[in-house]
Design a protein around this ligand. Structure first.
Ligand code: GAL
Length: 807
């Protein structure tokens, strides 16, 4: 028996090795993020092989040099761009490749570089790419050395002409980089396109289009095999075809029939994988596997959106491509955390404002269940800031848009292509011409998804983009009080609110409020006038919005109550660096988020959760530390209950029920220290209870990690929340402290933040103040297993620490 077991183990091992060798000889995609050197500044000779880079700084990609600061009003990005520096930077990496790569086609793939990147290999110029959000590749093969020979790749990044963005862009190779080696007969880059031409209850037809490159330059016969695997890895469909490859580029189309298909949806994101393999005389030449999902959806002019045949409201948020204290340096765990927080709020869709996202965002949306409106541009030929993409649009839009669609069209999450946000050409006839051209580009590459643009002009006679009659769906930003005019004005069209709200809040700040919504700025002239709080905060009661926007409640209700509105994308999911309307410097990050820059939900998060989920919600605010006698407005968001009763120190302050179009209940309470308690009830039975106590002096610091164990892969993150506590463990909201941080063990501290929009402390230091009793420390693993310990200290308080396992 023992020998039989060994025999089978050997067979198993042998087939594994054989299979991985076959994979190895077929295609290699290597993570190329490590071993780079960075220099901030220009040096015209830095592309040369023999250049001395001894004084350069070692970095691991993705890397954003701007986030290291310092903040300054003098930075040319202005506070629209986060008041952080831009400039010019260089990256170099020296690497060697095995002899076995000699016969391969070797390429480097950049997921994105902000911006104006120029790339050299071994002193040879490969090309430049202005767009800071687009993925691009260069073939390296003919310049490479193999075996003992060294290769040098050099990248110059230019982000000195600013402002070039209306938000913080970051600078550098801020997305992942890959080295791809294939045989001379191989599937092209972004060379597969999976569609589902037919779905019925019992069966789906899956069509796989394949671009096959033949670099042998003579005709040759190959066998192409496609196989679909379900979630458990079981093969559920397969087909194959013998083909004669002639040209360099061969197009192929195969159909597979899938029985009893499982559908992908935001609530059940079921992913299949499809493998495409190329064989020549039984030898595997290439193998490429990607995820896909089976789903159907449609928009209806009068009744909105249907997903897999059922009505569904699109409950989305707009997200910029930056990650708080990490800047724009892409990190999968950081994106996953953002999506996890949004998922718990009930969000089911993301708009990638206003540019192509990182591939990781789309992979995670596929996996976690979010629909994605994948956006291409914030401007066409007409600029919004002095040095923005309008300079490059004419020369590059065709290539950029094409590459975006080719890269992203296999993601089941992607359900809309947007050709632009608030494009200025909507006001003149050039808008009609460009719209037609862009839509034609998209349709030539993917006719399965609607094309949209985020518009502002709601008068069909004045909107030259809608005049093109080329969009499948009309998306409007703001003006929620005019939604009811749309069906009349744009007869027979389908609608979505591509952008709403732009309300303003600072987490944990509660000014006395009036019952009306304050517009701030109140009009376009008031834009730069400073009024408001001396500490650059905005009250977190949902009562303040930019003049083009409105409160969260009002915008959501407008969409909720309009059946023809298929859904919305709230501006914005998270606060982001830059665009700190309504304040000047030192305000440097936005106030628009439902969640602050550090990832702490603002109160209004729970309004959405109460409306968008079935999770029982009872959220009570503000905190309960005030001057005696202050008249405090106490609010609660709730669901799954008929009423909420509030008690102060055991005495009832009355029962409230949501009335009419109001999504919260409130009380005016003269402050008395003690315990504030809210109880929600349904049919007289208690559903939830919430208690807030007056906090005493700060006596302790508490630490909690979103992950107590992370992968020892040098990339994974744990977000540790630091909170100031009184002796009874209550959060102290009004006595912020400077906290010192130290990481020991197999990890490092890579970011600190507290979510306060005008905090000028570095995100990358070792000390940070709390804001309203809280801050966050971001810990990254190294490539070593073991313990990571975060130690924190603050004057007069006990030292505390937390342990995270790197596994
Ligand atoms: C919109 C714009 C967004 C953002 C927002 C702020 O008009 O599309 O990018 O600037 O305003 O309110």
């Amino acid at each position: 028996m023992k020998y039989l077991f060994r025999f089978f183990a050997f067979i198993l091992l042998f087939s594994f090795v054989k299979d991985s060798m076959a994979q190895l000889s077929a295609r290699q995609t290597l993570d190329f993020d490590e071993g780079w050197y960075f220099h901030k500044g220009d040096d015209t000779r830095a592309f040369e092989i023999a250049y001395n880079q001894n004084h350069w700084q070692p970095v691991t990609l993705p890397h954003d040099w701007s986030i290291y600061g310092p903040f300054s009003a003098a930075n040319p990005a202005t506070n629209l761009g986060g008041s952080l520096p831009g400039g010019i930077g260089w990256y170099r990496k020296t690497f060697s490749l095995p002899e076995t790569f000699k016969d391969k086609i070797v390429s480097i793939l950049f997921d994105g570089v902000y911006k104006n990147s120029e790339v050299w290999i071994n002193g040879h110029f490969l090309g430049m790419r202005p767009n800071g959000y687009i993925s691009f590749a260069y073939e390296l093969s003919k310049y490479l050395h193999f075996g003992k020979g060294k290769n040098v790749i050099a990248v110059r990044v230019e982000n000195s002409k600013q402002p070039n963005s209306r938000w913080y862009s970051g600078s550098g190779i801020n997305r992942n980089v890959w080295l791809i080696a294939t045989n001379k007969i191989a599937i092209g880059l972004w060379g597969t396109f999976t569609t589902i031409p037919k779905i019925s209850l019992g069966n789906a037809i899956v069509n796989q289009k394949i671009k096959l490159e033949n670099r042998i330059y003579s005709s040759t016969d190959v066998k192409v095999v496609c196989a679909i695997y379900d979630k458990t890895g079981r093969m559920v469909a397969t087909t194959e075809r013998e083909v004669e490859l002639k040209d360099t580029n061969n197009q192929l189309s195969l159909n597979l029939s899938l029985n009893q298909p499982k559908l992908w949806s935001p609530s059940n994101p079921y992913l299949y994988r499809i493998a495409t393999k190329i064989y020549k005389n039984k030898k595997l030449l290439d193998s490429y596997t990607q995820a896909f999902g089976i789903r159907s959806y449609r928009f209806d002019a009068s009744s909105g959106f249907y997903f897999n045949g059922k009505p569904m409201k699109i409950l989305g948020v707009c997200l910029h491509s930056s990650f708080g204290a990490l800047g724009t340096a892409v990190n999968k765990t950081a994106i996953e955390r953002e999506l996890r927080i949004l998922k718990a709020m009930g969000c089911n869709a993301i708009r990638t404002a206003h540019n192509p996202p990182s591939p990781e965002l789309l992979d995670l949306c596929d996996k976690m269940g979010f629909l994605v409106m994948d956006e291409a541009f914030d401007c066409w030929n007409k600029k919004k800031t002095k040095y923005d993409y309008s300079i490059d649009f004419k020369k590059w839009h065709r290539k950029d848009l094409t590459d975006q669609i080719l890269r992203d069209r296999n993601h089941p999450s992607v359900f809309l292509w947007s050709i632009g946000n608030e494009i200025r050409e909507q006001f003149d006839s050039s808008g009609t011409v460009i719209t037609k051209e862009l839509v034609a580009i998209v349709k030539s590459l993917d006719s399965t998804r609607p094309v949209i643009s985020a518009l502002t002009e709601m008068d069909p006679d004045k909107n030259f983009i809608t005049k093109a009659n080329a969009l499948d769906l009309l998306g409007f930003n703001y003006n929620s009080d005019k939604y009811s005019l749309l069906p009349q004005r744009f007869k027979g069209q389908k609608f979505i609110a591509t952008e709403t709200t732009s309300a303003l809040e600072t987490r944990g700040v509660y000014d006395r409020y009036s019952d009306s919504i304050t517009s701030w700025p109140a009009n376009s002239k008031e834009k730069y006038v400073l009024k408001g709080n001396p500490d650059f905060t905005v009250s977190a009661y949902d009562k303040v919005a930019a003049y083009w926007g409105t409160s969260h409640e009002k915008a959501w209700l407008a969409v909720k109550n309009a059946k023809y509105m298929s859904g919305l994308f709230v501006w914005s999911g998270f606060d982001y660096l830059g665009e700190p309307t309504p304040y000047p410097y030192p305000a440097r990050s936005s106030y628009f988020g439902i969640i602050d820059l550090a990832g702490f939900p603002k109160d209004v998060y729970y309004m959405y959760q109460s409306e968008w989920t079935n999770t029982p919600v009872l959220h009570l605010f503000p905190y309960w530390n005030w001057k005696k006698g202050t008249l405090v407005n106490v609010w609660a968001y709730y669901n799954q209950a008929d009423e909420v009763e509030l008690f102060l120190n055991g005495k009832s302050l009355g029962v409230r029920k949501k009335q009419g179009d109001c999504l919260h209940v409130s009380w005016q309470v003269p402050f008395e220290p003690g315990t504030l308690k809210a109880v929600s009830r349904k049919d007289g039975k208690v559903v939830l209870t919430k208690i807030i106590k007056t906090a005493g002096n700060v006596e302790d610091i508490s630490l909690s990690a979103d992950k107590n164990s992370i992968k020892a892969d040098g990339k994974s993150l744990s977000y540790v929340t630091i909170q100031l506590r009184d002796k009874n463990g209550n959060l102290v909201p009004d006595d912020d402290r400077l906290i010192n941080f130290k990481v020991v063990g197999n990890g490092k501290l890579i970011g600190l933040d507290n979510g306060y929009q005008a905090d000028l402390e570095s995100f990358k230091g070792v000390k940070h103040r709390t804001w309203k009793g809280k801050c966050i420390a971001i810990i990254q693993s190294e490539k070593r297993k073991g313990k990571i310990v975060l130690e924190v200290s603050a004057e007069g308080l006990p030292k505390r620490s937390i342990k995270i396992d790197a596994e």
